[in-house]
Design a protein around this ligand. Structure first.
Ligand code: XMP
Length: 530
């Protein structure tokens, strides 16, 4: 396990399969206390070995009465460590300690009115009546001996309970959810008043300790990483660089489909600023040959993906003694791939192994140091490690690169046009976003543009430039607002900005005489054109 802080100030979240189990750990980290999750079936000994300062039992979808209902090793309550349970976590605590859980007549979903029924350390400083977020059918009907019932709702007789003597606390509602008005205050009460923790954990000390963990894990072995220049792989590279320096080989496969200036920037950062073994694979010509004349979008993607691993393993197999493959998997990747059901690192490692198409007879052990973290935490870690802003705050960029923004067959001339147009789009919208950042202080304010690029369709149209008829290509501008790429809306960019982008592209990019703006949301369109 990655220890991000002094073992004695770490909060372990036992995950009972909550949809957003990591959200609890994340809220704790937001309060500057280190937290990570473990699967709920970890034994009390395994948990104690982590020397947690506190344990939180997450919610979960099961009924405690179900045959295979996940439970907790009851010795967890005898470790002398404060325990806090949420929702299913409260029911597990009640069941383990002799209380009862029943089916309420109707479940309770969404906002509920909470009424306090007595003194409560956990609810200290919060109002007698307040709004909380509920999502349950079963509920505790009788608290275990020694517990005080500290609040109720109309349908839930034990909305929270505590045994302050044994430092055991639980709520039926979800304090980790923003809709619980005083949820953060309750977490603060638990961490700072009850557990007496200090809010001292920062990304800087996390970076140092994660690096130490990697050092111990890999010893003197070699590690290899496919570095794309994206945020996640760059942060892993920076972290491994701090941990093991030149024992890390970063393989940067340049397929010639990257944006203007990007390969140079990645090479500069990872040869001058970070001490790693950097291999720049110039695969541009091989890709150009493979893609020549290919028009089908799926075929293009397949060729690019397959060739990527061919190029990567060709380097990997030439290096001696590589035992580990580092990957920039982050927590939302795991959620999206549906890989993790009950939490914990072991299950992650297995499922993600399958995503890398190892050639016959080749295998590496995986290191995925970011698999507990959300994107914005990864960015903060990148900054703490000294990565420059253009990499840390880079907009999403697809693996197949510009090939899926050139409609129809890719060739060198079209690539040049698209790279030039894309550079102008980025320059203009980057400075628009920077102005918004200055005004709002938020790097991703609700008005800032999330992803923005140029697309080159496979058509030509008539125009007139300097009294001469032209027959040239259009560029389509795509700019969207989104938070997770699952849905997106086209950005309502100011007309002046659109005019400047259009004017510059037509004036500065040879072979382009028209610019159109894509005003379609996702769905029904997708963000990319192919
Ligand atoms: P779509 O076009 O599906 O894109 O709305 C959603 C997000 O995913 C990015 N994207 C990719 N990223 N490999 C990637 O790493 C890919 O093959 C790929 N295809 C799309 C896209 O840029 C957008 O942010």
């Amino acid at each position: 396990m990655v220890s991000g802080s002094d073992a004695s100030s770490k909060v372990i979240v036992l995950d009972f399969g909550a949809q957003y189990g990591q959200l609890i750990a994340r809220r704790v980290r937001d309060l500057h206390v280190y937290s990570e999750i473990m699967p709920c079936d970890a034994s009390a000994d395994e948990i104690a070995a982590e020397r947690p300062a506190a344990i939180i039992l997450s919610g979960g979808p099961a009924s405690v009465y179900a045959e295979d209902a996940p439970s907790v090793d009851p010795r967890v309550f005898d470790l002398g460590v404060p325990v806090l349970g949420f929702c299913y976590g409260q029911q597990v605590m009640a069941t383990a300690l002799g209380g009862t859980v029943g089916h309420t007549e109707k479940g309770e979903y969404g906002a509920a009115r909470l009424l306090r029924t007595g003194d409560a350390q956990l609810l200290e400083g919060t109002p007698d009546a307040q709004t909380v977020w509920m999502s349950h059918r079963d509920a505790v009907t009788q608290a275990p001996a020694g517990f005080t019932v500290t609040s109720r709702t109309e349908t839930c007789p034990v909305a929270s309970m505590e045994d302050a003597g044994r430092r055991l606390y639980a709520t039926q509602f979800h304090p980790e959810v923003r809709h619980t008005d005083y949820g953060t205050d309750m977490l603060k009460n638990f961490l700072f008043q009850i557990c007496r923790l200090a809010p001292t954990w920062t990304m800087d000390n996390l970076a140092e300790r994660m690096a130490e963990e990697i050092r111990q894990q890999v010893g003197s072995d070699r590690v290899i990483l496919a570095l794309s220049g994206g945020v996640d792989s760059s942060v892993v590279a920076a972290l491994c660089s701090r941990a093991i320096g030149k024992q890390l080989t970063c393989v940067f496969v340049n397929h010639g489909l990257l944006r203007r200036g990007e390969p140079e920037q990645v090479e500069e950062v990872f040869t001058k600023q970070f001490d790693v073994d950097f291999v720049h694979v110039h695969a541009e010509e091989r890709y150009a040959k493979l893609l020549a004349g290919v028009t089908d979008p799926e075929r293009k993607r397949q060729i690019i993906g397959t060739q990527f691993w061919n190029e990567f393993f060709a380097v990997a197999q030439k290096l001696d003694g590589v035992k580990w493959l580092a990957q920039g998997t982050i927590y939302p990747d795991i959620i999206e791939s549906g890989a993790r059901k009950t939490g914990g690192r072991a299950s992650t490692i297995k499922s993600h192994h399958n995503l890398v198409p190892f050639p016959e007879g080749v295998s590496f052990d995986l290191i995925e140091p970011l698999d507990h973290f959300f994107k914005d935490e990864v960015r903060a870690l990148g900054t703490a490690l000294g990565l420059p802003d253009p990499i840390v705050f880079r907009q999403p960029f697809p693996g197949p690169g510009l090939a899926i923004r050139i409609i129809g067959a890719v060739d060198a001339e079209k690539l040049e046009i698209l790279k030039d147009a894309d550079a102008i789009v980025r320059e203009e919208i980057d400075s628009y976003n920077a102005r918004l950042f200055e005004e709002t202080g938020e790097r991703n304010s609700e008005h800032s543009v999330w992803q923005y690029f140029a697309v080159l369709p496979d058509v030509k149209s008539v125009g007139v430039m300097g009294d001469e008829r032209t027959y040239a290509r259009p560029i389509i501008l795509r700019a969207v607002e989104s938070s997770d790429a699952m849905t997106a809306d086209w950005a309502k960019l100011p007309y002046e900005l659109l005019a400047r982008v259009s004017g510059r592209i037509v004036a500065e990019v040879p072979g382009v005489n028209r610019v159109a703006y894509d005003i379609t949301s996702k769905p029904p369109a997708t963000i990319e054109w192919e």
